[in-house]
Every structure is written in C-alpha cells, then in structure tokens.
Write a protein that binds this ligand. Structure first.
Ligand code: ZN
Length: 298
C-alpha cells in the first residue's frame, strides 16, 4: 500500500449522532450525498456512514437503506465508501454484517471498505464531572468466531476490511489475524481514541502514541487516527507527524470548539481544517482513486 506520504482523509459523517447541538449531521441519502460531495471538494477520500431514518435519525439496518445511500453518494462523488456494520446496535455478528454481501452482489452498490471493531468492549460513557457512568450495562461484545464471520463475509464479497482498534487487545488481535491470514498482511486500520469510553485509549498524544507503538510488527499497517467525543483537530498535528492518516467527522463530535458565533461547523469545514493542518506538516491529501489503487495493491 503505497501512498508516498499522502494523507488519507476519511470523513465520519454521522454515526448515530443527533442534531443537538450541531444541526449539520446528515441522515437521509440526499443529505448524505450532498455532504459527501462537499467533503470530496474539501479534500476527503473516504466516507464512513451509518444508514439512518430520514425523519427521526434512528438506525436503518436494511441493505436497501445502505444501497440507497451508496447510489446517492456515487451519483455525486467518487469517494471510497465505508458503511458501518451497525456496531453494538446489532448484537448478533451474523446479523450485523448481513447487508455487506447483499450490497457486494451488485457492483453498483458494492462498497470498497467495511469496518470491523476488533474485540469486545464496555461502552458505558463515563462522566468525570459527576463521577458517574451514564449507563452501567452497555457491552459491545463479539467473539473471535463472530469477528471471523464478519471478516469472511466482508472479504468474501470482494470488500476490504478496515480494522478498528480500541486498545492493546485490538492491536494484538490484529497481529494474530494477520499472522493467521484471516486479514491481509497489508491492512488499513483505524485507531479509535475516546473521551468517555474507558475501553479505548484517551484522546491524547500519549494515548495515540502508545497505540502506534503496539501495532503488530511484521505487517504493513496503515493507520488512521479518530477521536470519539473530542476535538481531533487538536490532536491532528501529532497524528500527522507520526505518519498517520485522519478519520474525522460530526458523527464523533459536535465540534462546538470550532463554532463561529451561531455558525456550527459542517463535515466539509472539518475536512478543510485537516487539509490545512496536513499542508503545515508537508502532506497533501490522497485522492479516492489513489486510495483505491493502494487498497488494491495490498
Ligand atoms: Zn461508525
């Protein structure tokens, strides 16, 4: 996977995030397509999205919901597509990944990537201000067999896997899966840092650097930094200096930190800021076709 020092900018447009306080989170296929087009013009190469009910924003799990988004986005941009599996909202891994082979059966709706969270995690958000957990029962659990099923279903459809790493256990599991041939030896990975999920590393330079240090040796891991619940732009210079790519978006954080008066930032605003920070670090954004070529080369 050669990208000659270019930075791959992935925009994480919506997750299952609401519109309070930032109203710019896209939900419907049309909103997602317009947002994706603006992000592509700003310098993004990959769009990671969750299919949502257009009116309520509730999760929309059907393959048809994902297909509608992919068709709408492809009508307006050449972005690499990376749809969610649904994460903890779909407890059974056999069900969680079922839409990917369905989408992959038709080249018009086959995504290039799908993410797999490597491990099982407590996802009760912790609030240090009140010293309480918002909920004390949330577990996002996937067995090794379940993860292998997800990976096999994704790769079997000709779709690439984006390995999502939450902690040292994820890094070690990535090494094991690469050693076993479950995942290719050259792999794209996302380092997920988080403010409120204590199962992941904190969104600090040390939290990021420790993960990078623990990436499996002997394999070619192309990693991208992300931060759930915090301002990734503040950490981006350190990610860029460490050779990482960036995965950023309103799905992860409302970015009140970047508000100008009454104007909330859009996903494209965040991408523009990443491009500016990358330029300061001497790196230019990779195009979607450059990312496709790198993924295909392995
Ligand atoms: Zn997601």
């Amino acid at each position: 996977m050669t990208l000659d020092g270019r930075v791959v900018i992935e925009v994480r447009v919506n997750e299952y995030t609401g519109r309070d306080p930032n109203p710019h989170v896209p939900w419907s296929p049309e909103e997602l397509a317009a947002d994706a087009e603006a992000c592509r013009e700003a310098g993004a190469a990959i769009v990671h999205f969750h299919a949502r009910d257009a009116r309520t924003g509730a999760p929309a799990w059907g393959a048809g919901n994902y297909a509608a988004v992919i068709r709408a986005v492809r009508a307006r941009t050449d972005l690499v597509l990376n749809p969610t599996l649904g994460a903890s909202t779909v407890p059974d891994p056999l069900v969680r990944c079922a839409h990917i082979p369905e989408l992959a059966a038709d080249p018009a709706t086959r995504p290039e990537l799908a993410p797999v969270d490597l491990g099982s995690f407590n996802i009760d958000p912790y609030d240090p201000a009140t010293r309480t957990f918002r909920n004390e029962d949330l577990v996002y659990a996937t067995s090794i067999r379940g993860l292998r099923h997800e990976i096999d279903a994704i790769r079997g459809g000709g779709v690439g896997v984006q390995a999502v790493l939450w902690n040292v256990g994820s890094c070690r599991l990535l090494g094991a899966f690469c050693d076993m041939g479950v995942l290719p030896s050259t792999v794209r990975a996302q380092i997920t840092l988080s403010v409120a999920w204590l199962a992941s590393h904190p969104g600090t330079v040390r939290g990021m650097a420790t993960m990078v240090k623990l990436l499996p040796v002997g394999h070619d891991v192309h990693w991208s930094g992300s931060l759930y619940g915090g301002d990734l732009l503040a950490l981006a210079p350190a990610v860029l200096a460490a050779g990482g790519h960036l995965s950023i978006g309103l799905g992860d954080f409302h970015y009140a930190t970047r508000r100008r008066g009454d104007a909330w930032p859009t996903n494209a605003d965040l991408v523009r800021e990443v491009v500016r920070l990358a330029a300061a670090a001497g790196r230019t954004p990779a195009t979607p076709d450059e990312v496709r070529a790198a993924l295909a080369a392995g």
